[in-house]
Design a protein around this ligand. Structure first.
Ligand code: GAL
Length: 707
């Protein structure tokens, strides 16, 4: 897709003669030869260990099988101990030791950890929270990303790093910042920057008043300089949802610009072979990775065992069953590749409870990342810290700095297995036709997410839960899935799911229609297209813009309080629901797939489907408690289209990558995976036990028919 910002960057880089992220982003895989499969690395913090142990540690890292290490993301006070005085001697030495040990190095910019001297001199470099409190020195990620002085300090240290190491072939790539979270900032710098952002967006204050609904509660402004970032203290009514949405957009844009300014400096000085990434959290709610233009590709961090227990029993030890799968499918399509920059090595310290992962789980996550297309996996961290706020966080080796932890042993095992698998790599492997037939796009936009979260209308509503419900239904079919955005070409995907896509422009609705008419199978869910692109209701019946697309009329919606549940019936089976129920009246030619069984609207349709042109449109208006109805309706769309699918239990995934099928099991019991006769199992056993891995290669497509 054409991206105007990328085009502008390309033009500028052509004029200025420096390498262009936009050019490189189009071919990020070139950084990672496929035959290498997936290099594995580990964080090491030289500044936290005696100088006399660096060589030993880095050599041991290599001996255990790691390919690369990762330095300096929080080391600003060591890089610039006094304002303007840089010290690279220690980093030079650490890089030399890593190189001597045979490790590549990922170098980081230290922007998340400004040194104490900076805040003492200029307290305005800190972010201010919604409670009005200024962050102080003592933790991290505390800088105001709108503050010009902070920018100047960041620019200077990044430039110094780039000049020193940008032509150094021992540096493999760069990580900018750490877990950029786009935290809302209420500092004076952020307020002014927000006003400038609004002026740029709306031009006149009248336009702003129109979009924000200034006539409501006398909220209108006479000048941009009167605007404050929207916030409410407990007990107050809610600010304008349009103001909230714009503040989220501004905050995400500010975060993206902060990353881009660092990436742009690096690009100016660095070898074209050095790539630039940043490590988003896997569930990235404030930052929008699509908003950067100078990062080559995004990576993500992932700590699967940190308290949640979605599948019940002891399965929390295998980790959250949804997030790795979703993160891979979300981050990979953004620039054609991704990596897991931090993968949990064992018990962590920061969750409400910090259970022990199941034996095998760490290895399974590594393999899951491989199957889902990750170009690298890195783990945080090599040595368990002996001091500091993460003391109880396991590493690859324990407190003696030598003995591998359980997770460390699993990393070692997985790295040996990956090395063996290289012999099986076939550069000519192509996506098997049975998978191509199921390819599915999942439409996602952070703007839509933020808008839904600002007006939930139902206390149990979680946009992320809703998305996971549909993503996991799709993955149960064994379909390759990509998260896409509105501007992408949907036609490469036979199936398109748009969960709760509330903010819809007329152009998007038309694009959905053309997609279905052209042969695509479109699945929309509750709340779809209720608001326009300004996040206003159109002057028409609620959801009415979809009538002719879905072949039904939305008659309203219901949400249920507390522990009350409603019931919907589909094919004689009852399903309990609570959080959201769209009430639909199908038109002629539209089939009701599920109907409400209770309340004064009993009989109204909860889900419908209809053929449209060469394709079909299905609308699932209810969110059930366990998601079983949605799962069977989604699966039914593939079946009705005559596309064979798998039936993978919840938490069981089969991914395909470069000719390898990779199965993993986050569930509580063994699962028989669909391995066709004539396949060659390269790793593991079928049925697949929990926390285990199965890797196989299938025969020719003709022998690999539907399961
Ligand atoms: C991540 C963070 C790391 C480290 C880690 C501990 O969220 O990026 O710096 O704190 O958690 O699990």
């Amino acid at each position: 897709m054409r991206n105007p910002q990328r085009a502008l960057t390309a033009l500028l880089s052509a004029l200025l003669g420096w390498p262009c992220a936009a050019q490189q982003a189009s071919a990020p895989k070139a950084f990672f030869p496929k035959a290498d499969l997936m290099p594995v690395g580990v964080y090491y913090y030289p500044e936290q260990w005696p100088r006399g142990q660096w060589a030993r540690d880095l050599q041991n890292i290599r001996k255990l099988g790691f390919d690369f290490t990762h330095f300096a993301e929080f080391a600003w006070t060591y890089l610039e101990p006094r304002e303007g005085h840089f010290d690279f001697a220690w980093l030079d030495a650490a890089i030399a030791e890593a190189h001597a040990a045979g490790l590549k190095v990922i170098l980081c910019t230290p922007s998340p950890a400004p040194p104490a001297w900076m805040g003492e001199k200029h307290p305005d470099i800190y972010l201010v929270g919604q409670d009005g409190r200024r962050r102080e020195h003592g933790t991290r990620a505390n800088g105001s990303l709108s503050n010009a002085r902070f920018h100047a300090y960041v620019d200077r240290v990044v430039t110094a790093l780039a000049k020193r190491y940008g032509r150094d072939a021992r540096i493999w790539g760069w990580q900018v910042d750490n877990e950029p979270g786009a935290e809302p900032d209420f500092s004076p710098s952020a307020r002014s920057a927000f006003q400038r952002w609004l002026k740029q967006r709306y031009g006149t204050v009248d336009k702003l008043n129109e979009v924000w609904g200034g006539s409501f509660w006398s909220l209108r402004y006479a000048a941009f300089s009167e605007v404050r970032p929207p916030s409410a203290i407990a007990g107050e009514d809610r600010p304008s949802p349009h103001a909230l949405l714009d503040f989220q957009r501004f905050t995400a844009d500010t975060q993206a610009a902060f990353l881009d300014r660092q990436a742009t400096i690096l690009k100016r000085h660095c070898l074209p072979s050095q790539w630039i990434t940043t490590n988003y959290t896997n569930v990235t709610q404030g930052s929008d990775p699509r908003r950067t233009t100078a990062i080559d590709f995004p990576t993500f961090t992932y700590y699967p065992v940190s308290g949640s227990n979605a599948l019940g029993g002891q399965t929390f030890r295998q980790g959250n069953p949804y997030r790795m799968a979703e993160a891979l499918d979300y981050f990979r399509p953004i620039a054609g590749t991704t990596g897991v920059m931090e993968l949990q090595p064992g018990q962590v310290n920061w969750a409400p409870t910090n259970p022990k992962p199941a034996p095998g789980a760490v290895r399974m996550w590594i393999w899951h990342a491989f199957g889902g297309g990750s170009s690298l996996v890195c783990t945080y961290r090599y040595r368990q810290p002996r001091f500091g706020s993460e003391m109880y966080h396991e590493g690859i080796v324990g407190l003696d700095g030598l003995t591998p932890s359980q997770g460390g042993s699993e990393f070692i095992q997985a790295m040996q297995e990956l090395r063996k698998l290289k012999a099986e790599f076939d550069p000519s492997a192509a996506l098997p036709p049975k998978l191509a037939a199921r390819r599915t796009a999942l439409l996602w936009s952070h703007d839509n997410f933020w808008d839904l979260e600002a007006q939930k209308q139902s206390e149990g509503w979680s946009t992320w839960r809703h998305r996971s419900l549909y993503a996991s239904a799709v993955k149960s079919t064994g379909a390759p899935m990509d998260f896409v955005r509105e501007t992408d070409d949907f036609s490469a995907y036979p199936f398109l799911v748009a969960p709760a896509y509330q903010l819809a422009s007329p152009q998007l609705i038309e694009k959905w229609r053309r997609y279905a008419e052209g042969g695509g199978h479109l699945i929309l869910t509750c709340r779809s297209a209720q608001k326009n692109e300004l996040s206003h209701f159109p002057e028409a019946p609620l959801g009415g813009r979809l009538d002719s697309l879905i072949g039904a009329r939305l008659q309203g919606f219901d949400t249920l309080p507390g522990a009350v549940t409603g019931s919907v019936t589909a094919q004689g089976q009852a399903h309990a629901w609570r959080v959201w129920g769209d009430l639909l009246r199908p038109a002629e030619g539209t089939l009701s797939l599920a109907a409400y069984a209770q309340a004064f609207y009993a009989g109204a349709a909860a889900a419908i489907t209809r053929p449209l042109g060469k394709g079909s449109v299905t609308y699932i208006g209810v969110e059930t408690l366990d998601g079983a109805l949605e799962r069977s309706l989604v699966r039914g769309v593939y079946q009705a289209a005559g596309v064979p699918i798998e039936d993978l239990p919840k938490g069981v995934y089969v991914e395909w990558r470069d000719g390898f099928f990779v199965g993993v099991n986050y569930a509580g019991s063994a699962a028989a995976l669909p391995v066709p006769a004539g396949s060659r199992v390269l790793l593991g056993q079928n049925p697949l036990e929990p926390a285990q891995v199965l890797v196989w290669k299938e025969g020719t497509p003709s022998s690999a028919g539907p399961q």
